[in-house]
Ligand binder design. Structure first.
Ligand SMILES: Cc1ncc(COP(=O)(O)O)c(C=O)c1O
Length: 408
């Protein structure tokens, strides 16, 4: 038997039939007409956002739409956040239907010229990742007769300790090394662009509040130092994000209130250069992961060499992350349950696999589940972020997962 992550608190106390947004899993699949299916409960997202606002000092909250770009989810989340962060012209075009361009920032190395054209024409902020990108943006701005809005994405000389994905403190394709950032700011200002400030993103999926507190304090100090070097105060410092969620056994949820208290102190004591600066945090998974449940139906159950395999109709083609193939070194089990037997004592370990012809297609590895029958619905939790849009949906030609947003 291998451990699995704890069910999110919103679902952990349920007995009998799994309910999502007040309706049973079976009810959702009946409405959808088929499985597999993602259900995203926006009441859970709204509660997360309310918790963030209560915990944090007066800063902006941006949603990184890469975590879940479903249009109905964006409709519901956009009014609750101050900005949207995008990573391609495709995401930008989507975001522009929900927020004015001034509230949208575009990060990502390798922005193509046609993407810069879309962003500059719309008036979105480019989080500029290199001197070369800045030069292309100036030229495009001139050609369009439009002043580009540009923030400098800094590759910080700090890393976010304990983060699942580190994006600072090392050689990186993301951002401009801190030692060259001030020179780039000067060039942007000299070129007459609208300099919006700094974007400093040090990592993702951190559960250790102490590490986030440390990184945020170092980020504020770095922004102040760079602003002094550049000789101009940034209108905005985007402190990055990195708030993680507990996917696996032993993970403990992030103490956001502790992060908020420490950030309030750091901001109160910030250097004079940043006195008039606004601050933002950009989050993806922390806002939406726990709100999503993936429901997949048992097609077959079979034994092989003493092991029980539960074969379901959805797999890594929709849930790459839950299968352990999205940036994790060691495969571990997401929280998983039988939707009609919530709270039942587990019987024997089973391995839950998808229909794809690859041993990578494993949604639960020797997990303890109540007895399962063909036709049952299996629920995989923590499915609201990096699910449908981050999985190879075309692989092996199965239909895409259905997605339903509730609690709008
Ligand atoms: C620049 C940037 N912003 C936001 C995010 C969202 O991260 P998360 O979903 O972990 O909050 C990422 C993730 O890679 C990122 O690279």
């Amino acid at each position: 038997m291998k451990p699995m992550g704890a069910l999110p608190p919103e679902f952990a106390q349920q007995d009998g039939l799994l309910a999502i947004g007040g309706r049973t899993a079976a009810n959702w699949t009946a409405q959808a007409g088929d499985t597999p299916l993602f259900v995203y409960d926006m009441e859970i997202v709204a509660a997360r956002i309310a918790r963030f606002r209560a915990a944090m000092p007066a800063i902006d909250l941006h949603y990184a739409i890469k975590a879940n770009p479903h249009a109905d989810l964006l409709t519901a989340i956009a009014p609750l956040v101050d900005g949207l962060d995008v990573a391609s012209a495709g995401e930008l075009e989507k975001a522009l239907t929900f927020k004015p361009a001034q509230a949208i920032s575009f990060a990502g190395p390798g922005k193509r010229d046609d993407e810069l054209v879309v962003a500059i024409s719309a008036g979105a902020t480019l989080n500029v990742e290199s001197e070369g990108e800045a030069a292309r943006a100036f030229a495009i701005g001139e050609r369009l007769g439009q002043t580009p809005r540009m923030a400098v994405r800094v590759n910080p000389d700090i890393e976010l300790r304990g983060s699942g994905m580190r994006m600072g403190g090392r050689a990186s394709p993301f951002g401009v090394d801190a030692v060259r950032a001030a020179a780039l700011v000067k060039a942007i200002v000299a070129a007459g662009a609208d300099w919006r400030g700094f974007h400093i993103y040090a990592g993702s999926q951190a559960l250790d509040a102490g590490a986030i507190v440390e990184t945020q304090a170092a980020t504020i100090a770095l922004a102040a130092r760079l602003a002094d070097e550049a000789g101009c105060a940034p209108p905005l410092v985007n402190l990055g994000g990195g708030f993680g969620v507990p996917y696996f056994a032993g993970d403990v949820a992030l103490d956001v209130e502790r992060v908020g208290d420490a950030l309030a102190e750091s901001l109160a004591a910030r250097p004079q250069t940043l006195a008039d600066t606004r601050f933002a945090i950009e989050l993806g998974r922390w806002l939406v992961a726990e709100a999503g449940v993936y429901l997949t139906r048992v097609i077959d159950i079979k034994q092989s060499q003493g092991e029980t395999f539960v074969i379901v109709d959805g797999g890594l083609n929709h849930q790459l992350a839950a299968s352990g193939n999205f940036g994790t070194v060691v495969r571990r089990n997401y929280p998983i349950a039988v939707a009609s037997r919530m709270g039942d004592l587990s019987t024997e370990p089973v391995t839950v696999v998808g229909p794809l012809c690859t041993p990578l297609d494993r949604l639960g590895d020797k997990v303890a589940l109540p007895s399962v029958e063909v036709g049952d619905l299996i629920a995989i939790f923590m499915a609201g972020a990096y699910g449908a849009s981050a999985s190879p949906a075309a692989f092996l030609g199965h239909p895409p997962a259905i997605e339903i947003v509730t609690g709008l």
